[in-house]
Design a protein around this ligand. Structure first.
Ligand SMILES: [Zn+2]
Length: 482
């Protein structure tokens, strides 16, 4: 039995909360969070005593935050017992689970740096490697790979939230989701997506082909009414297919943009071409990817607050910032068993908006999507990350090269990397050898093969050029990455 089949078998045995959302519910995702909190309340004396006999129906923001802080304490207890990194970290900081009673108390817990996770991934595991159902790797800023492990319970919980999010987006049993990821991601998006569709009785189709005709064929065969994919790839499909096909006639009800920033200009273009709303989702591999999803208001993303507690801090002072103010997003997992992350610095700049939302959701906070990374990673092609040190070896192959930086621009659906190389001896041979060396870097090679990255370009500049000292090694000049 393959992984997907064995997961399905397990899911069938579990009563997922997504199936307990009432049929006429107007806010399935928020209701799912309330059901999860009520379940914890009914099972747990500490939480019952804290909240009192009033219970959690109806749910209030105040009581939901108590549920979250209770889960932080539980996660800390789990970490003290099972996660070596936090056992030491809490001891050093002298912080105990009981110390966390208010939102401001969270600042007593030391922050976790992504580089720590990259360098010591195994110390973040709450179970042994053999008990992980799935391990994913994602590149760190220093070039280390972060390993993120998920247990079976972690995966089921993820499928559960994705299922309730699909309901929230408006899918019904008459619909079918076309899963359009043109690549082998470091993870398998179809596993969670197909699983979520299955438990709710929705149709689904998966097509990993770069060939847009094959994508169209797959959609038509499945009778797709919803699409999920990365926006630059959906843009490519849109551009190439719209020449010969009336995309509006395909009857797509909504497009879900995932894994990459969605600019408002691209959203407008896609909505116009397909005649439907394009909604944004946001996630991080570290937290199982599906972390937040937009509603029809298209004004902030509803976050999975049942499994995550988000904070916005001033990256300099590390103090909490008020609602609506932009700062660094810090996330604490509330129910993780595999990789446990407590107060993890995302190095993403974002803001949180207080409820209510125009859609009627009344206790769930929304995330104003990350608008810029503080570190220096950029995604190109179909999601490969590039970072400064990646090109050093290829560009510094000749002693004539003094320094360089890379500008990323976009032409059509292709990313263009232009290397501005500082040298006293510019010549064609040097340019050719740099292009050749850069093109053989795995991330670039894949992009070229998939036709999502153009051939790298070299432009020579004179030494001591104005910005040679101060300029960022990689500058992302793409309009779609605002
Ligand atoms: Zn809403």
């Amino acid at each position: 039995m393959g992984l997907r089949e064995s997961m399905m078998a397990v899911i069938v045995r579990h009563k997922l909360l997504a199936n307990q959302i009432p049929k006429d519910c107007k806010h399935p995702l928020e209701e799912w969070m309330a059901i999860k909190a009520r379940k914890t309340y009914s099972k747990n004396k500490e939480l019952r005593e804290w909240i009192g006999n009033t219970g959690l129906d109806p749910m209030t923001r105040e009581n939901f935050e108590k549920y979250q802080l209770f889960r932080v304490r539980e996660q800390m207890r789990y970490a003290e017992e099972n996660v070596p990194y936090y056992r030491n970290k809490f001891k050093e900081a002298g912080v105990r689970p009981e110390d966390i009673r208010t939102y401001d108390d969270l600042t007593k817990i030391p922050l976790t740096e992504p580089n720590d996770l990259a360098e010591k991934s195994m110390l973040f595991y709450g179970v042994s490697v053999t008990k992980m159902l799935r391990e994913f790797t994602t590149s760190g800023t220093t070039g280390h790979k972060k390993s993120i492990g998920y247990t079976q319970n972690d995966m089921i919980s993820k499928i559960d939230i994705v299922a309730s999010a699909l309901r929230d987006i408006g899918m019904t049993k008459k619909d079918s989701l076309h899963i359009m990821f043109p690549m082998v991601f470091a993870w398998d998006p179809s596993l969670v997506m197909v699983g979520a569709c299955n438990i709710l009785g929705y149709g689904s189709s998966v097509c990993a082909e770069v060939d847009v005709e094959k994508q169209l064929k797959s959609m038509k065969e499945a009778g797709s009414t919803y699409i999920i994919g990365i926006p630059s790839f959906i843009y490519r499909v849109t551009t190439l297919l719209s020449k010969e096909t009336d995309l509006k006639a395909l009857g797509i009800k909504k497009i879900i943009s995932s894994s990459e920033p969605l600019s408002e200009s691209l959203r407008a273009l896609l909505q116009d071409a397909w005649g439907c709303k394009v909604i944004d989702v946001w996630g991080m591999t570290e937290f199982g990817l599906a972390c937040a999803v937009e509603c029809d208001e298209q004004n902030g993303l509803h976050t999975d607050e049942a499994n995550m507690l988000m904070e916005i801090i001033d990256p300099e002072t590390l103090e909490h910032l008020p609602a609506g103010q932009k700062g660094e997003l810090v996330i604490t997992a509330l129910n993780a068993e595999g990789t446990v992350l407590i107060r993890y610095r995302t190095h993403d700049i974002a803001a949180l908006l207080d409820p209510p939302c125009g859609c009627g959701a009344h206790f769930n906070k929304r995330l104003m999507k990350p608008s810029g990374r503080m570190d220096l990673q950029f995604k190109i092609g179909n999601g490969h990350k590039v970072y400064p040190v990646l090109f050093d070896e290829a560009v510094f192959l000749s002693p004539d090269v003094i320094d360089y930086h890379v500008d990323i621009t976009r032409e059509g659906y292709r990313d263009v990397l232009t290397f501005e190389v500082e040298t006293e001896n510019p010549n064609d041979d040097l340019a050719h050898s740099i292009v050749k060396a850069v093109s053989s870097i795995m991330e670039i090679e894949d992009g070229l093969a998939e036709d999502l990255v153009a051939e790298p370009r070299v432009r020579f500049i004179e030494p001591n050029h104005d910005y040679a000292v101060k300029v960022k090694k990689i500058r992302d000049l793409r309009e779609n990455y605002d």
